[in-house]
Design a binder for this molecule. Sequence first.
Ligand code: UDP
Length: 345
Amino acid sequence: MELDMHKPTVLVTGGAGYIGSNTAWLLANKGYQVVILDNMRYGQHFYPSWARVILADFADQTILDQLFTHYNVQAVMHFAGLIEVGRSGKDPSTFYQENVAKIFNLLNKMREYQIDKFIFSSSAAVYGTPKRIPITEEDPCNPVNTYGNTKYTVEKILQDYSHAYGLKFVALRYFNAAGADIENMLGERHEPETHAIPLLLEAADKGEPFYIFGDDYGTPDGTCIRDYLHVKDLAVAHYKALKYLDIHKTGIFNLGTGIGVSVKELVATVKRITGLSVEIVVQGRRDGDPDRLVADATKANQILGWIPEYSYIETIVADAWGFYQKKDISMHCDSDQHCQQRSTF
Ligand code: UDP
């Protein structure tokens, strides 16, 4: 896609990833010019016709200078970063570098060019082990893993930048992103995959076991309860957050449904939707897994006017299954021209 220097533009870092690509597509459909900055660390090959994709790191100062000088960038949505909770505890240096230190390059370049709207992918991991369910934004934040610490640290940085430099920001605390946009084939392609739904689908498809991490939690069936949110609903929340920043300065919002689903309920749903059997093996607990994480998203409902539309567990699993079955043949290159790797303008 050739860029128009006057058209309102949103920079989407990590836009070749799961949530970033779904949001970028929605923004393009809403009439924004979308520039995706992504280093494609997971080996994606993502060059759709509806966005300009730059294969580079989000903290690349030269690229940011070019982008902010020549185009009408009105906001930055920041999805880039590391997400594997387990790895974060083993390699905090890399996690703090990627998720925290590098953000200064981006925020300071935004300051230099007076770009003042920033939307940040935060996480329910900032809460750690909650004292009560559902969790509101006012509840204490005590992350129990390095990943959660990096997200909470960035929220603090954004607050300080807002006070001192007038940055406008929204931090969106995602609960469990899941599902896919099967029309546009935008879904989860993590390498390695650690998330329950894609792993369950793979187990069902390949006739391999699915490992449940603990069935001795204080929940009705003993397995952990999570709040699964369709990625298409997540994308809409980002668009609403962008509009919110037209009139407000800062906001922190939970994004979830308020409905908890246990791992065993997930297994039953996968069996029902796929028509396949799943062999279950119960293992020990995974470190840092609270028994329940369920959002109170009243604030996002009322203030952003955001109401999830697709986040029924059946719809989520059906869409994830549709994506799983086709993901190996879908490429995301709408033409040869778009498939050429580019690192500059
Ligand atoms: N889980 C599991 N087996 C797996 C992957 C996940 O039992 O192979 C459980 C995990 O312990 C958690 C829930 O499924 O209770 C959701 O995990 P996921 O990694 O998808 O998301 P998280 O809640 O960690 O963000």
